[in-house]
Design a protein around this ligand. Sequence first.
Ligand SMILES: Cc1cc2nc3c(=O)[nH]c(=O)nc-3n(C[C@H](O)[C@H](O)[C@H](O)COP(=O)(O)OP(=O)(O)OC[C@H]3O[C@@H](n4cnc5c(N)ncnc54)[C@H](O)[C@@H]3O)c2cc1C
Length: 208
Amino acid sequence: MKNYLCVLYGEVLIIIVCKLPHTSYDLIIIGGGPAGLTSAVYAATLEINTFLITKDLGGQAINSTKIENYKGFDFITGPELIEKFRYQLIHSHYIDHLMSEVEKIEPVEGGFNVTTSELNKYFTKTLLIAIGLQPDSSLVSHLVELNERGEIIVSPDCSTSYQGIFAAGDVTNTFGKRIIIASGEGARAALAARQYILNLRKRTGIKD
Ligand SMILES: Cc1cc2nc3c(=O)[nH]c(=O)nc-3n(C[C@H](O)[C@H](O)[C@H](O)COP(=O)(O)OP(=O)(O)OC[C@H]3O[C@@H](n4cnc5c(N)ncnc54)[C@H](O)[C@@H]3O)c2cc1C
């Protein structure tokens, strides 16, 4: 998306095409563990206008001293695997991202407002929650259905009980808290979010 900055210089209006910080997205991913980082890479390849907000890059996987069950590697440490995820995010499948904590999600007309701990506010049409094993459910408990363990209940396409909110990884009620499962769910959730955005555009007739 191009941004235009208009500057009045005397009586001459100068229009500069530049990259201003966006505050409006099609998809905001919350959480930068295996689920969030994989969904970010998928969102980049699917060309979804996406923003990743996360407290850290890596999540729990950064604490794994040895991973012996991730496809493609007989053995890799958590920090090594996350460095590969991070490299992919920054160098080959870039999307906008911010190291911060999301403190509030409010439904608004056409989507959601997301507020960070610095009180920055971003608008998004869809949300992907990937906040990990010990979720602070209060972030979404007013919106989506949770089970007795505080996990977000998801359908097979990672959609939740609230339209436009998807969830992936350890935060969901799906069985198996593993890196490869969280990553797979992140990919699925990004695909489902894209489908939702395309359907939304068809319904509203809005292209962008
Ligand atoms: C010690 C240890 C060893 C493990 N070893 C293995 C192993 O060998 N093999 C294996 O497959 N799995 C292993 N696991 C499990 C694996 O790490 C998890 O299943 C996987 O990390 C889950 O990924 P996730 O993205 O769903 O969540 P997480 O990795 O928990 O990531 C959640 C992300 O969300 C962010 N976040 C949370 N709340 C907010 C908020 N409000 N705003 C912004 N960001 C937020 C966090 O900072 C983090 O980046 C291990 C786990 C641990 C703890």
